[in-house]
Design a binder for this molecule. Structure first.
Ligand code: AMP
Ligand code: GLY
Length: 422
């Protein structure tokens, strides 16, 4: 069969590469994709993710069996509905179901209805009321833009002053445009964070191993939140009982709640969770694969991803086998300046490696050479028996490929080491 992936980042590279490994798959197209993907035999074409008409035409002309949509924006814009209206199979939620990610307010209402554990919160559309509430609550406290903000619309404020600045930027200075016209202010949860993703079709839920993202820009989780600076899977120091509780108390009722609301979920449901002393609590839902978690989690899948998704789409139980031993780790390499204004056109003359795998994101081609054109450029991934082994493979390789214009965190996975977890 022929398959289509929509998107152009490292997550889509990882999905497409895994699909390409299936003996049942002839071709994998990624639209618009990026030139780094061509190294893995993924076929790309310059059709943008907002050009629904051309994407549909491409899927029809190439007779693709089904399509998977990677990023949130096309999902939120109803691309899955547009494909289905044309009789094309698609693994991705309807526009109505993407509200679970697109609106923090919707997600909070769902959690209340389904008694899903989460932080206490209030939503505000009026700046003065929100300001007074903040003054009353003190710090630490969390302020979130209601709508989509590319992973940057959340401020965990350590001080009351920081909280007021963040609120003003969002509600008065319109930092995220309409996305921050309404904000959610919530209790700061204390505990370790993990990501739990599952293949979902209605009330059928097939969880993946948990992973851990590193959202802050700088080492030791300092600096601003980013789209993710690295990840590893599995997270062995989080007890299995916590993961089981998260599946039962978070994922299952979330999927059931979406069906009950008349917006059944189909695709990848992602829960960002904090393991608190009172058990796992939800900090967010995403209606798609996480980036950069996907780049490490899919490498743990021993089953055929194309068959898994084909089964889930048909409402059948997929065969899911996951690697039990070792660790998969990935480090994001970004352009200096990211997540604010960053350097562009950085030449990427990368040394080939047997043990380090690259998933490309913000890259383009100049005279047949890869150069950067985005903030997050690529993710370097490796598998090792231990965290240390995977780290040395990646960091040794990164040392050889280091450039002044590039930045990356040197402590991805250290949290697992501190817990004496191999
Ligand atoms: P989100 O975009 O909602 O995942 O938030 C970005 C990051 O902010 C999360 O990955 C957490 O590290 C942090 N965060 C969000 N909500 C909370 C909360 N209620 N308590 C503590 N940290 C939070
Ligand atoms: N890694 C977090 C996200 O994909 O939103």
């Amino acid at each position: 069969m022929k398959l289509l992936v929509i998107g152009s980042g490292g997550r889509e590279h990882a999905i497409a590469k895994k699909l390409k490994k299936s003996p049942k798959v002839q071709s994998v197209y990624c639209l618009p994709g990026n030139p780094g993907m061509k190294r893995d035999g993924i076929e790309i074409a310059a059709i943008e993710q907002d050009d629904h008409k051309s994407l549909i035409e491409f899927a029809k002309n190439h007779k693709v069996a089904w399509t998977i949509i990677g990023p949130e924006v096309p999902l939120f814009n109803g691309l899955a509905d547009a494909f289905e209206a044309e009789g094309l199979k698609v693994f991705g939620p309807s526009q109505a179901a993407t509200q679970i990610e697109a609106s923090k307010r919707f997600a909070k209402q769902l959690m209340t209805q389904q008694r899903i554990p989460t932080a206490d919160y209030q939503t505000f559309t009026d700046y003065e009321t929100a300001k007074a509430y903040l003054a009353e609550q003190g710090a630490p406290i969390v302020i979130k833009a209601d709508g989509l903000a590319a992973g940057k619309g959340v401020v965990v404020a350590e001080t009351a002053a920081e909280a007021q600045t963040a609120l003003k930027e969002m509600m008065q200075d319109n930092k995220f445009g309409d996305s921050s016209a309404s904000v959610v202010i919530e209790e700061c949860l204390v505990g370790e964070e993990f990501s739990l993703m599952a293949f979902v079709n209605g009330d059928q839920i097939y969880p993946m191993p948990i992973s851990q993202d590193h959202k802050r820009l700088l080492e030791q989780d300092k600096g601003p939140n980013t789209g993710g600076m690295g990840a590893y899977a599995p997270v062995r120091h989080i007890p299995e009982a916590t993961v089981d509780a998260a599946i039962e108390k978070i994922l299952v009722p979330a999927a059931k709640g979406m069906s009950a609301k008349g917006a059944p979920f189909k695709g990848i449901l992602y829960a960002g969770i904090i393991a608190t002393d009172e058990g796992p609590k939800t900090i967010e839902f995403n209606a798609r694969f996480g980036d950069p978690e996907t780049q490490v989690v899919l490498n743990r899948l021993e089953s055929d991803l194309a068959e898994v998704i084909t089964s889930v789409l048909a409402g059948k139980e997929p065969e899911l086998k996951w690697k039990q031993e070792g660790i998969d780790l990935g480090v994001v390499v970004a352009a200096k300046g990211y997540p604010e204004a960053y350097e562009k056109e950085i030449p990427l003359d990368l040394i080939a490696s047997e043990s380090v795998e690259l998933f490309f994101a913000g890259v383009t081609e100049r005279n047949q050479q890869l150069v950067s054109n985005g903030g997050r450029i690529y993710l370097a991934a490796a598998a090792g028996e231990t965290i240390e082994a995977a780290q040395s493979l990646i960091y040794d390789w990164l040392n050889q490929n280091d450039k002044q214009q590039l930045i990356y965190r040197k402590d991805i996975g250290d949290k697992a080491k501190q817990k004496n977890c191999k």
